[in-house]
Design a protein around this ligand. Sequence first.
Ligand code: HEM
Length: 93
Amino acid sequence: MQVQGMLAEGQLQEAADLVEPTMGRTERGSQQGIKGGGPGLYMPVPMRSLAWNMHETASEFAETASKGGVKESYKALQKLQSSCVSYLSYTTR
Ligand code: HEM
């Protein structure tokens, strides 16, 4: 929601700076030290791959937003958000 607001206001770099450390590969990296494998260690494989996809698409979004194209950023955000929906379908199937 916050990210969508930032895009709507044209604050693309701010959106990138919010998403990369909190959801991107950076965030995934910061969890590696936890019990030698991060939260993913205890996840079923399909769930872990959904989580990895979320981290990847979050970083792709941050990279795209940093470059400054609003349209491209919305496209990248759509990919990121499809990872939320995939997880929802996975849990409610
Ligand atoms: C950007 C994508 C995502 C968004 C916006 C999102 C959002 C949320 C929100 C708002 C909740 C709280 C729901 C509630 O309070 O009832 C939640 C819970 C949760 N999410 Fe996500 N999520 C995302 C992706 C994922 C992914 C990829 C995974 C797993 C790999 C995941 C795992 C979970 C789990 C385990 C819970 C707790 C469920 C529970 O309390 O029973 N989420 N998520």
